[in-house]
Write a protein that binds this ligand. Structure first.
Ligand SMILES: NC(=O)c1ccc[n+]([C@@H]2O[C@H](COP(=O)([O-])OP(=O)(O)OC[C@H]3O[C@@H](n4cnc5c(N)ncnc54)[C@H](OP(=O)(O)O)[C@@H]3O)[C@@H](O)[C@H]2O)c1
Length: 313
């Protein structure tokens, strides 16, 4: 039997259980992998809480989207999205794989990449979901050398990636975070700043010549209001977490769609290479055994985990 994390009730909170599900042999173009590490993200929590719909027939709803593991069986014509055949024993990683929080997965090989040896399974399970979203925000805000970028939630999973990738593009990065996260951000080259009352004034004091773009991963009213106050062109204010406010004020909100899929898909190989080379860091906040998924979701729900939360079968 395979053990899998699932939402098991729509009762107003996230009711998380680890359940038994059947194993499945890979068909043509598929592989089965033993999961070594699997990420959890706010999207999973929103799904489990019923924020994305409460269809009783969907229960138990398996959770998760990203994982890293070892291939244990392959169907014919199993080729990864990196164009390389996938064989038994290969280490692979992937995202956009519903139900990835499990001990074993059978999935389309074309959704997987080979995992470089330099990247641990834990890092590999945390790099794609946050990294591809981060790359998308910088693409949307057209961040380039010389820009001054304000990143809201710079110590979070996506925000941490946004900050590092913006620095790689040659931008100066000011990042909001709780004070306890400031030393870590400074070490990455980010200028940390505390969120809360007076945020816009604190940013102005740091960057008197202005901020050219802002990326919001926090989703607060303060993040949107301060960004629109500080950035001259609202189209260079990009959020992944506050859709209504963005639409009302001419900022960009990045949700699902063909453009999102195209940009994020194209970013995968480079992100894995950058992480394997140590150019970007996947900050891991905590690791839990898969059977302790409830505790992991509770940490995520607190909103200040400080990086990626990983489950390990
Ligand atoms: N649209 C998309 O495609 C997409 C993709 C991925 C994620 N998302 C969304 O993006 C958001 C962030 O995801 P994540 O994985 O990065 O979450 P995360 O790792 O939990 O990070 C959340 C961050 O928010 C910060 N924060 C909490 N309260 C705050 C406040 N009042 N003001 C400013 N910052 C605050 C936290 O900072 P401190 O710890 O420093 O307090 C933390 O770093 C979630 O809402 C998620 O659903 C959307």
């Amino acid at each position: 039997m395979v053990r899998a994390v699932a939402a098991t009730a729509w009762d107003g909170a996230a009711t998380i259980d680890v359940i038994d599900v059947a194993s499945r042999r890979p068909a043509r173009g598929e592989v089965t992998a033993a999961v070594r590490a699997t990420g959890i993200s706010p999207f999973d929590l929103k799904q489990a809480s019923g924020m994305m719909g409460r269809d009783e027939r969907a229960l138990p709803l398996r959770l998760g989207n990203e994982f890293s593991g070892i291939v244990t069986a392959t169907g014919p014509d199993a080729v990864g999205c990196d164009g390389r055949p996938i064989e038994v024993g290969d280490a692979v990683l992937g995202q956009w794989l519903p139900g990835a929080q499990a001990t074993e997965l059978t999935v389309a090989a074309g959704m997987l990449l080979h995992k470089p040896a330099a990247l641990s399974h834990v890092e590999a399970a945390g790099v794609l979901g946050s990294g591809t979203a981060a790359e998308h925000t910088l693409h949307a805000a057209d961040v380039a050398e010389g820009d001054v970028v304000l990143v809201h939630g710079a110590a979070g999973s996506v925000g941490g990636m946004v900050a590092q990738l913006a620095l790689l593009r040659g931008a100066r990065v000011i990042g909001t975070a709780a004070p306890s996260r400031h030393p870590r951000l400074r070490a990455l080259g980010v200028e940390p700043i505390t969120y809360g009352d007076g945020l816009a004034d604190r940013v102005r004091a740091l960057a008197p010549d202005g901020v050219s773009a802002a990326i919001d991963t926090a989703g607060t009213q303060e993040a949107m209001t301060s960004s629109l106050t500080l950035v001259a062109d609202p189209a260079r204010v990009v959020t992944i977490a506050n859709f209504h406010a963005a639409v009302a004020h001419g900022a960009q909100a990045l949700g699902p769609g063909p453009q999102t899929e195209r940009i994020r898909t194209a970013a995968r190989l480079d992100l894995v290479r950058l992480a394997a080379d140590g150019v970007i860091v996947v900050t891991i906040a905590a690791e839990f055994e898969l059977e302790r998924a409830r505790e992991a979701y509770a940490l995520l729900a607190g909103g200040h985990a400080g990086g990626k939360i990983i489950l390990r079968p």
